[in-house]
Design a protein around this ligand. Structure first.
Ligand SMILES: *Cc1c(COP(=O)(O)O)cnc(C)c1O
Length: 398
């Protein structure tokens, strides 16, 4: 019997060099969180008291006045928006997503309306909010925001992500200044950010994080910010938040992950990841048609990734066919390929178990050797990718 649960239940033992992906199980949960979850599971607790403990811990680590744990960062957006719409009105909370009176407009820059696996604006609409998109995809000016705010404006949402347009938009400090001048609270989606203090320090009223990304906690979301706004978001657990609830295990799991985060040897981890990147660079340098670059994280998280640029005439394969071959292999190696149409993908070192970096290097070398030995260039049409993108999903569960 395999001691890998994935093989016992017939799942492919994937190696994740793509980063923190919900579709692959997010991140490696830290031992402290696993231990805390195991300890609490057989016990009863008063969950709102447990959330009070979480609030104090979240406050200490983020600089917020209060906080709580929910199912995900996406839930956090919905709950924070809902709280801004209803305030502490329990009847209004029960009525959501129906809203009356209509103070439910939520301002968001067009260049921030991205998909993190689902659309940002949907998490606003789920809460009864009306997403008011300002500016254009690549430009927001002060006047766009100033003139969008009116008596129906409930909140403004700001997204921090490598997915968002990274030029021409309002910076958080300016976004906050304009919102606060008209008494509008600012909710920041900082799902994948390492810095637990920065966005609140820059004036955000609520900052939202994923518990299962860099923190290495269980699947969960963290809501942190001004006490009244956080409370109004928390009260949604008697309404739309019910379907987004977390159990005791996720709350203690995230608390343990937060405490572990404080003590984590960040420099040591960075050094280990740099070792992986250097190994991959040595493996790839000098191969025909391959350029391997070590690049910093686009939102300034303390993390580097490797960009692997593939030139099909020399490598004899396209970037997307190489990514697909790695994903089909044994073991499957899943790379970060959301920009692959530009002939590159990334290798993200942060979710590897020690030793897997060698598997990644060997699989890259194998596939590249195989491609070079092929007389023809392995090049499936890029259009096939988009045409067939959802085939598997639409056939699920078969
Ligand atoms: C991952 C992500 C989310 C979703 O976070 P979950 O906790 O998985 O719901 C939302 N926004 C951004 C910017 C993300 O990167």
């Amino acid at each position: 019997m395999s001691d890998d649960i994935r093989q016992r239940i017939g799942l492919r033992p994937v190696v994740n060099v793509s980063g923190t992906m919900t579709s692959l199980g997010a991140s490696i949960v830290v031992p402290e969180a696993i231990k805390a979850m195991t300890e609490i599971l057989p016990q009863f607790v008063e969950v709102n008291d447990l959330q009070r403990k979480a609030s104090a811990l979240i406050a200490r680590l983020t600089g917020a006045e209060a906080g709580f744990v929910t199912a995900s960062c996406a839930s956090g957006i919905s709950l924070a928006v809902a709280g801004a719409i209803t305030g502490p009105n329990l009847l209004a909370i029960e009525r959501l997503p129906d809203v009356a009176p209509e103070k439910n407009e939520v301002i968001v820059q067009m260049g921030h309306v991205v998909s993190y696996g689902a659309p940002v604006d949907q998490s606003i609409r789920l809460a009864g909010g009306k997403a008011v998109m300002i500016g254009q995809a690549t430009s927001t000016h002060r006047f766009h925001m100033e003139q969008a705010i009116n008596e129906k404006t409930a909140a403004a949402v700001f997204v921090v992500s490598h997915h968002v347009v990274n030029y021409g938009l309002l910076h958080l400090t300016e976004f906050v200044e304009i919102a606060h001048a008209k008494g509008v609270p600012v909710i920041v989606d900082a799902a994948s950010e390492y810095d637990l203090k920065l966005f609140l320090a820059q004036g955000a009223d609520i900052a939202l994080y994923s518990g299962h990304k860099f923190l290495g906690g269980p699947t969960s979301g963290i809501v942190a910010g001004k006490k009244e706004l956080v409370r109004n978001a928390f009260l949604q657990n008697m309404g739309i938040g019910r379907g987004m609830k977390v159990g005791k295990e996720s709350i203690v799991g995230v608390m343990a992950a937060l405490e572990a985060w404080e003590k984590r040897d960040h420099a040591g981890i960075r050094e280990r990841e740099t070792g992986y990147l250097n190994l991959w660079k040595r493996t790839l340098d000098g191969r025909p048609g391959i350029t391997a670059l070590i690049e910093p994280d686009p939102t300034n998280n303390p993390l580097d990734r490797m960009r692997v640029i593939v030139s099909p005439p020399d490598a004899h394969i396209t970037a997307w066919d190489l990514a697909a071959a790695l994903g089909r292999g044994n073991p499957p190696v899943i790379v970060r390929d959301h920009e692959v149409e530009h002939h590159y993908f990334y290798l993200d070192p942060c979710n590897l178990h020690p030793g897997q970096e060698v598997i990644v290097a060997n699989r890259l070398a194998e596939e590249l050797d195989k491609a070079r030995a092929s007389n023809e260039i392995i090049a499936t049409p890029l259009e096939d990718r988009s045409r067939h993108r959802f085939d598997g999903m639409l056939r699920w569960p078969d």
